[in-house]
Write a protein that binds this ligand. Structure first.
Ligand SMILES: NC(=O)c1ccc[n+]([C@@H]2O[C@H](COP(=O)([O-])OP(=O)(O)OC[C@H]3O[C@@H](n4cnc5c(N)ncnc54)[C@H](OP(=O)(O)O)[C@@H]3O)[C@@H](O)[C@H]2O)c1
Length: 326
């Protein structure tokens, strides 16, 4: 089968389209003929050699697929060959065929294209799981999202507005993305290059602070995040784009009864991911089916242009998602 392969670790130039063995579905796995996948920031980190796949997963890049069920492994009764599906995969998404555990597969709403559907699993599940399942974001609370033009955070903003409509969402963005984030429904957009985000959060919340913060910058933002977090607030850390180390005042955390939650999706056990996907399918997928929310596609690339798609993500020129089509 055709797949995106790597000539060692490094820049986007290591990526090329070549031939790989077609995977075989094991117990309770389906084989999916992939129509589209999307680029996620962890793919870049893996390409650089800093995010190895969990044991037993394909070392081909790609954390999600949209396509058609091609074959059923033993023990599956709930899916049929030919169904249009999306799946969260631990690797192997940048290929013509990928296997997925049956509990990590969802049906695609009829009106949705494969390209749109390929943008759901990694970003929307990450946003939903962290904001609602882990941080327990409640309607009426205030959320701070960083990097509002990215895949996870455009998803987080849409989900918050749809599932917790009385909440207020504050978003940081680079200057060129501020207006589009506002159009997406953010209540306050902070240009993080010219403003101190914690001062802006304090001003907007009249010093109460945010109830929940979703952060992927890490070390350099920890101080500002803790200053922005209110009493009883929850800071969820899902990435360390700015660096992994920081110092902070534990006494302040204690007095303000705050929680810092570290979270990853990919290495979780199969059953845990299946439980997350089951809840997501029940709560969030109807929002796509009814058109209440829709994935934001920046650009669709034929898979042969995968290096260009990676360069686009690394330069942060995108708003929303970059899709690879087979
Ligand atoms: N833990 C998990 O399970 C999990 C799962 C998926 C993704 N992630 C992580 O989530 C993050 C986002 O992933 P993604 O796929 O959505 O990537 P993405 O589309 O590239 O989004 C990242 C965003 O961060 C913005 N950004 C960069 N520097 C910033 C700063 N100093 N302050 C605020 N925003 C900044 C970028 O826009 P500008 O450069 O224009 O600001 C970009 O919009 C990554 O760190 C990824 O590793 C974690």
């Amino acid at each position: 089968m055709k797949a995106v392969l790597m000539d060692g670790f490094g820049g986007a130039e290591v990526l090329y389209v070549g031939e790989a063995d077609k995977p075989e579905p094991g117990e309770r796995q389906v084989l999916i003929e992939v129509a589209a996948t999307s680029v996620n920031r962890p793919d870049i980190v893996q390409r650089l050699g800093n995010y190895p796949p969990p044991p037993g997963e394909s070392d081909i890049l790609g954390l999600e697929v949209a396509g058609t069920v091609a074959e059923l492994g033993p023990g599956i009764e709930t899916l049929s060959v030919g169904e249009r599906v999306i799946a969260l995969v631990g690797g192997g998404g940048y290929a013509e065929y990928a296997t997925a555990h049956t509990g990590h597969v969802m049906r695609i709403p009829d009106a949705m294209t494969f390209e749109q559907a390929a943008c759901i699993c990694e970003t929307y599940i990450t946003a939903y799981m962290n904001l609602f399942m882990l941080a327990g974001l409640a309607d009426g609370e205030t959320l701070l999202l960083h990097g509002g033009g990215g895949g996870v955070n455009t998803a987080g903003l849409q989900l918050c507005k749809a599932l917790a409509p009385a909440s207020r969402v504050i978003v940081t963005a680079s200057p060129g993305k501020v207006e589009r984030v506002r159009e997406l429904g953010a209540d306050l957009v902070i240009d993080y290059q010219s403003e101190d985000f914690s001062a802006a959060v304090h001003g907007y919340t009249k010093k109460a602070g945010a109830n929940v913060i979703l952060d992927h910058i890490g070390g350099p933002y920890l101080g500002g995040n803790l200053r922005s977090l209110g009493v009883g607030g929850r800071l969820v850390l899902i990435g360390v784009m700015g660096g992994p180390k920081a110092e902070f005042n534990l006494a302040r955390l204690m007095v303000k009864r705050q929680r810092i939650i570290g979270s990853v999706l990919r290495p979780r056990p199969i059953a845990e991911k299946a439980a997350i996907v089951e809840e997501f399918d029940r709560v969030v997928m109807p929002l796509f089916a009814t058109g209440r929310i829709a994935p934001l596609i920046h650009e669709v690339y034929p898979v042969e242009r995968v290096a260009e798609a990676h360069r686009a993500m690394e330069s942060s020129s995108h708003f929303g998602k970059l899709v690879l089509a087979f």
